[in-house]
Design a protein around this ligand. Structure first.
Ligand code: SAM
Length: 258
């Protein structure tokens, strides 16, 4: 059975066995670990993953893809859900362990998927994901570079990201408009939430700073500081968002509230 790809669901199917194996090889899960594939589609990775990881499950939004998988790989549980809203905590609790995530992501929701994993960071061990190259480069970007932004700070606060390799658009059907890359996130960090702050406040500060990234923090964070009846502390005023490391953002978030 062949399934006509629906562009609206961000589908582009992997057609290269070497790339497929290289992606699967990045996963550092043990045989009996809990592995979840995002967006299996017609199963380019799925059967090969299941051969290594007998407890593999998948999350897929497309009913036709699910029907196809039920027929071709009936032993694999496929959850019919929007991965952006997927309840990783409940899945991990049922499994009794952290989840190893893998997938060729639907590109239209890449950032949202990354944020949903970060929000569930205590339930995730690692995530191996193919995504558009430009987003992959943002995840691993260093301060003082053009690619460094909200996503870099959020990801680097909770994980160690590795850009494993880049992928040509010729290995997909249909050929996507963008270049791709495969990233591995290792969820190995405790959140750097300093006393007096919380994750929501920290994200608000990072967003406000990067929303006006060309401005100094005195300007970009002025309103936020005023909402706490204060000013941007002297030491930060002349800096710009892209100059701060993830740890410095944690410190700044605390000082804005002090
Ligand atoms: N794994 C297949 C491959 O590598 O060829 C298909 C990958 S394709 C890029 C993305 C897959 O994610 C599609 O199967 C699509 O139906 C599914 N998808 C799209 N949006 C989704 C969402 N919000 N939640 C879960 N799955 C989604």
């Amino acid at each position: 059975m062949s399934i006509a790809p629906k562009k609206s669901l961000g589908q582009h199917f992997l057609r290269d066995a070497n790339i497929r194996d290289k992606i699967i090889d990045l996963l550092e899960a043990e045989e009996n670990d809990c592995v979840v594939e995002i967006g299996p589609g017609t199963g380019a990775l799925t059967g090969h993953l299941a051969a290594r990881y007998p407890k593999l499950e998948a999350v897929e939004i497309d009913e036709r893809a699910i029907a196809h998988l039920k027929e071709s790989m009936p032993a694999i549980p496929v959850h019919h859900a929007d991965v952006v809203k997927y309840d990783w905590a409940t899945h991990a609790a049922a499994a009794g362990e952290k989840i190893h995530v893998i997938g060729n992501l639907p590109y239209y929701v890449t950032s949202q998927v990354v944020f949903s994993l970060l929000d569930a960071h205590e339930h995730i061990a690692e995530a191996v994901m193919m995504m558009q190259r430009e987003v992959a480069e943002r995840l691993v970007a260093h301060p003082r570079t053009k690619a460094y932004g909200i996503l870099s700070v959020a990801v680097q606060q909770l994980t160690t990201p590795h850009l494993a390799f880049r992928v040509s658009r010729n290995v997909f059907y249909p050929k996507p408009d963008v270049e791709s890359a495969v990233v591995r996130l290792v969820f190995d960090k405790d959140p750097e939430i300093l006393p007096g702050t919380d994750a929501v406040w920290l994200r608000k500060v990072v967003r406000a700073a990067f929303n006006q990234r060309r401005k100094t923090l005195r300007n970009s964070l002025g309103q936020l500081a005023a909402s706490c009846n204060g000013e941007v502390p002297e030491a930060w005023r002349k800096k710009r968002a892209e100059e701060l490391s993830p740890s410095e953002f944690a410190l700044l978030a605390q000082q804005l509230r002090a």
